[in-house]
Design a protein around this ligand. Structure first.
Ligand code: PLP
Length: 512
């Protein structure tokens, strides 16, 4: 490897001190979970529905996990069904109850800040005749209980009220919501995904009828969720097939994932005990962000929200640029939520609490976890400080909307596609691109124009930001990174992409 290449790799390496602050998107798997899953994968591969000893052992593992999940939320084990994810749990309740009640009753009341796994399912159900009424929230995301009660009528069969919001961390008074619904004979579904392990959960005491959970937000594996159905509440399976999960969810159980979920639940008390430390780190971070950017606006509730979640708006600072800078320095945060990070749409949660589209595009979500350390916060604060002190050294983030036809065909712009070759086979480059492999960027430095704006492009906008920062550090004047990359651009300009992709593309040859 040549010296120049080594320099570039060193640049990448020096940037990669990882600070993970996106625990609401997903968590790492804990040591206990990993050990449990490894053991189950090795020893308990029998199908729990079969009749021999090995299968009975798997069935025992399954039931032990069910007990553990039930204990963590104060339910009975027979009220817990394992699913593939919380999205499935939410879908199963919403679709099953709509089938059960429609057409006698047609109305569901929901908060406008629910997760897309609820909102998009409701949107689908509206096409089948279900009426959805969104009950407003206040500026901190709390349900307005009087408004909610006013909306309940004889046509209403369900209230959807998430326990803790994934973007801003608001915690709802679910006991009060459940009491209101109960007075009117209406059922309650609560999406508790972000709450488990962060606040104590007691589904029996609260009187809710359905609740959804996901292991991967609790240091468990991805690909397994749980659904709580209060005994006696109506429910019909979403999937039909075998008799697994007491006929409520067909499909051979992912026993290692389920065991991992159970193991994660064993740590819930310890996680809850750690929450005050997490809150102290969060408050310290907020204080320091306010010192660095006094005009920043914290959207998360001032008191009583999740201990780990900060939603913060930096006026006049596009979140794409800030996130690229943080990413370049190894710090992982989200825009509004990880699920919508690929879309160029302002967050529905921020809009529901009264923020403008522009403010929503200037907002990032920082979510701490049990492993977040004082050093992580120090490193994050330093990076924010560098960003706000020294803006001129930064790259521009170019959205797919900004890179329109005129900009793309403007000879003044130099489009630099840094994707590996195999990605170009599936998604040809944008027209007029100059293709190089990112690992060979050092070799091409002398061939890149210093007098033109360079737009660096990759598959989805991450690698390009890293290369753009590198070019900036090498003295290139105007360097931008296309947010969302070629795939984001294609989504936005599919007609242009179909017509022009791969046209007039130059493959740069390295200097000898
Ligand atoms: N509900 C909330 C509040 C979430 O934050 C998420 C994940 O981001 C989900 C539901 C979906 O969970 P899963 O990834 O298990 O489908």
């Amino acid at each position: 490897m040549e010296f120049r290449q080594i320099k570039f790799l060193k640049h990448l390496w020096s940037r990669k001190r990882h600070v993970y602050l996106d625990y609401n998107a997903t968590t790492n798997v804990s040591g206990r979970v990993r050990r449990t899953m490894n053991h189950v994968l090795k020893h308990n591969y029998g199908n729990p529905s079969a009749l021999y000893g090995m299968a009975r052992k798997s069935a025992e593992v399954l039931e032990a996990a069910r007990q553990r999940v039930a204990a963590a939320i104060h339910a009975d084990a027979q009220e817990i069904y394992f699913t593939g994810c919380a999205t499935e749990s939410n879908n199963a309740v919403l679709k099953s109850l709509s089938d059960h009640f429609y057409p006698k009753k047609k109305k569901i009341i929901s908060l406008p800040i629910e997760h897309p796994s609820v909102l998009n399912t409701l949107e689908y159900l509206q096409t089948r005749g279900i009426v959805v009424d969104y009950s407003p929230v206040d500026s901190q995301g709390r349900a307005l209980l009087d408004e909610l009660e006013k909306r309940i009528d004889g046509d209403t069969f369900l209230v959807c009220c998430m326990l803790a919001n994934n973007e801003i961390g608001t915690i709802q008074d679910i006991r009060a919501v459940s009491a209101i619904a109960g007075r009117h004979g209406v059922l309650v579904l609560s999406d508790c995904v972000q709450a488990l392990g962060k606040i104590p959960i007691d589904v029996h005491d609260w009187g809710i009828d359905y609740a959804s959970f996901s292991a991967h937000k609790l240091y468990g594996p991805k690909g397994v969720g749980a659904l709580y159905v209060k005994q006696g509440s109506p429910f019909a399976p979403l999937l039909h097939g075998g008799h697994q999960e007491s006929n409520m969810r067909a499909g051979t159980e992912g026993i290692h994932n389920i065991a991992g979920f159970g193991a994660a639940c064993l740590d819930v008390d310890e996680l809850l005990a750690h929450e005050e430390q997490v809150r102290a780190l969060k408050e310290r971070l907020i204080r320091q962000l306010r010192e660095i950017a006094p005009d920043c606006v914290v959207n998360s509730p001032a008191a009583g929200g999740l201990a780990n979640t900060i939603s913060v708006t930096f006026p006049n600072e596009s979140h794409a640029g800030l996130m690229a800078f943080l990413d370049d320095h190894g710090i992982a945060v989200s825009a509004a939520s990880a699920c919508s990070a690929q879309e160029d749409k302002p967050s529905h949660v921020l809009k529901a609490i009264g923020r403008t589209d522009q403010a929503a595009r200037e907002t990032i979500r920082i979510s701490l976890g049990c492993a977040t350390s004082t050093r992580d916060i120090r490193c994050t604060v330093k990076t924010f400080r560098d960003f706000f002190r020294n803006r001129t050294a930064f790259i521009t983030t170019i959205t797919p909307a900004q890179l329109d036809k005129a900009a793309l065909f403007d000879e003044q712009n130099y489009i630099l596609d840094v994707r590996p070759q195999f990605q170009r086979r599936f998604l040809p480059s944008l027209p007029n691109s100059h293709e190089i492999s990112f690992a060979a960027i050092e070799k091409h430095l002398l061939r890149l124009p210093k007098d033109k704006p360079i737009v660096v492009v990759c598959q989805n906008g991450h690698l390009s930001a890293v290369v753009a920062y590198y070019l900036k550090s090498m003295g290139f004047g105007s360097v931008g990174s296309l947010s969302g990359g070629v795939s984001g651009w294609k989504k936005r300009h599919d007609d242009l992409y179909q017509k022009y992709a791969g046209k007039n593309v130059v493959a740069l040859k390295a200097e000898k």
